[in-house]
Ligand binder design. Structure first.
Ligand SMILES: Cc1cc2nc3c(=O)[nH]c(=O)nc-3n(C[C@H](O)[C@H](O)[C@H](O)COP(=O)(O)OP(=O)(O)OC[C@H]3O[C@@H](n4cnc5c(N)ncnc54)[C@H](O)[C@@H]3O)c2cc1C
Length: 448
């Protein structure tokens, strides 16, 4: 019997566990997560109003309920939890599926001003991540700038203009729902430093902005036309061409009267966040850019300011080094060959990676499936060499003896019941528990 620890229960961890039990008959898998709740960014990243994508949790659930798979939540690997070296003693192989937990920085003055947050902080708050801090994100803001033109930027822009009627059916925590419902943001500027044909959002997400109640999408045809791909989209790849077509359609008709406006902006590079009289962010100063003819942009020396009492920075994610694992700081990933971890260019036996920590923060949820399968194929090819080592009995009592209190599947089910009960008490459907205390208290009811 091959015993494998998968660290991380997001899509890549779940797909890894699935491939392991599908492709290997004599394999048992423990899926460890630092959180008491499974599913990674499907629970704590995918926007709450995207119920169809959220429902992928049901597919991942079947993996974690497989008879040879065991979920152990509340087990951080690294400082304050199980050292990775200890995991190697307890399992024949360890697959790290820890995602890319931090944001890229802009590296410009004023980035730390009150009122400026990473999109991750905002997403974590409305997704009820137990580490999230309620910093009063909206706090009277009338104008918001979202820096970035990817799908996460579109998500946060959309959440800023959605009202109670549309959000109360989601599982968003009550405090975030109340704050967003009371929000006064009338203008959301979503700003990219390159042109519309180079934006990374997908057409479906972009188009959805045009269908939001009482919200107009306002684009400036002259700004869009700075992009040769916009003026003549015929040579663009399909995805970019469709994005451009959506923007051309908006540019071609007058924006309707509406209480709120989303303003996609292009060819603007942020150079500074400036403070208002109270020392909070008051505006973002941008340099106008222009295409450099080689697919990039160059500064023009012309500047403009956009008023903003709220700034959300959404310029990408980065992996963080995990204690005991090699790390390539340039790419923010763990060096690997077909999923096998490389130490100094040499394969480290029994250590593997999958998902965002393996290939960087790219692709959709489904991209993690073939990524995990490649890793599992490598692992199973190594199985004969790995199982030569005798292991201690079940690792669970050993982890407990070392002071950890893993949340088993029954604990997670108890959290789900508590969230359903909370929803009922608030006249809503399921409502997420937003803090460690209530999650762990709910998990404990499974054994009492
Ligand atoms: C805001 C946002 C919205 C998104 N929306 C969509 C969408 O709508 N559609 C789509 O297709 N894709 C979406 N994505 C992309 C998708 O979420 C990722 O492709 C996917 O989650 C990556 O999977 P992963 O398993 O590698 O990482 P993650 O999902 O991040 O999972 C990593 C897991 O590892 C755990 N972990 C981390 N460190 C440790 C540790 N030291 N010890 C134990 N556990 C640890 C974490 O708690 C987490 O559960 C979105 C991404 C973001 C950031």
């Amino acid at each position: 019997m091959l015993r494998v620890a998968v660290v991380g229960s997001g899509p890549s961890g779940c797909y890894t566990a699935q491939s392991l039990v599908q492709l290997g008959r004599d394999v048992r898998v423990d899926v460890l997560d630092r959180l008491p709740c499974p599913y990674g960014l499907v629970r704590y990243g995918v926007a709450p109003d995207h119920e169809k994508i959220k429902s992928l949790q049901n597919t991942l659930r079947t993996v974690l309920e497989h008879e040879r798979v065991r979920f152990l939540g509340g087990v951080p690997v690294g400082p304050g939890g199980v050292p990775s070296a200890r995991l190697r003693e307890l399992y024949h192989a360890v697959v790290y599926c820890v995602g890319a937990a931090t944001d890229r920085r802009l590296g410009i003055p004023g980035e730390e001003l009150p009122g400026s947050w990473s999109a991750t902080e905002f997403v974590s708050w409305y997704s009820a991540h137990p580490d999230a801090v309620d910093d009063g994100f909206l706090r009277g803001a009338r104008s918001a700038v979202v820096i970035g033109v990817g799908n996460v930027a579109v998500d946060v822009a959309r959440m800023l203009v959605r009202g109670t009627a549309e959000l109360s059916g989601t599982d968003m925590p009550q405090a975030a729902l109340d704050a967003l419902a009371a929000g006064r943001v009338a203008d959301v500027h979503m700003v990219g430093r390159r042109g519309p044909s180079q934006a990374r959002f997908t057409t479906k997400e972009l188009r959805e902005l045009g269908a939001l109640p009482d919200t107009a999408v306002v684009v400036d045809p002259a700004e869009l036309a700075l992009d040769a791909g916009y003026r003549d989209p015929s040579g663009l790849p399909g995805a970019q061409r469709r994005n451009v077509e959506v923007l051309r359609d908006w540019a071609g008709r007058p924006a309707p009267d509406a209480a709120r406006r989303i303003r996609p902006r292009f060819f603007l590079r942020p150079v500074e966040l400036t403070a208002d009289g109270d020392g909070r962010v008051g505006a973002v100063r941008f340099e106008r850019t222009a295409p450099d003819g080689r697919g990039g942009v160059t500064g023009t020396g012309r500047y403009e300011e956009i008023e903003a009492q709220l700034v959300l920075r959404s310029v990408g994610y980065r992996g963080v080094p995990l204690e005991g694992l090699p790390f390539d700081a340039a790419s923010g990933t763990v060096p690997h060959r077909a999923g096998r971890v490389l130490r100094g260019g040499v394969v480290a036996p029994g250590e593997y990676v999958a998902g965002w920590i393996k290939r960087g923060p790219t692709g959709v949820i489904g991209t993690n499936r073939p990524c995990a399968k490649e890793t599992v194929t490598s692992l199973l090819a190594d199985a004969a060499a790995l199982t030569g080592r005798a292991l201690p009995a079940d690792p669970l009592p050993l982890l407990r003896a070392e002071g950890l209190e893993p949340v088993e599947w029954s604990g997670w089910r108890a959290i789900e019941r508590a969230e359903a009960d909370l929803g009922t008490s608030l006249g809503r459907h399921v409502v997420k528990l937003p803090d460690w205390e209530s999650l762990l208290a709910a998990a404990r009811t499974a054994t009492t």
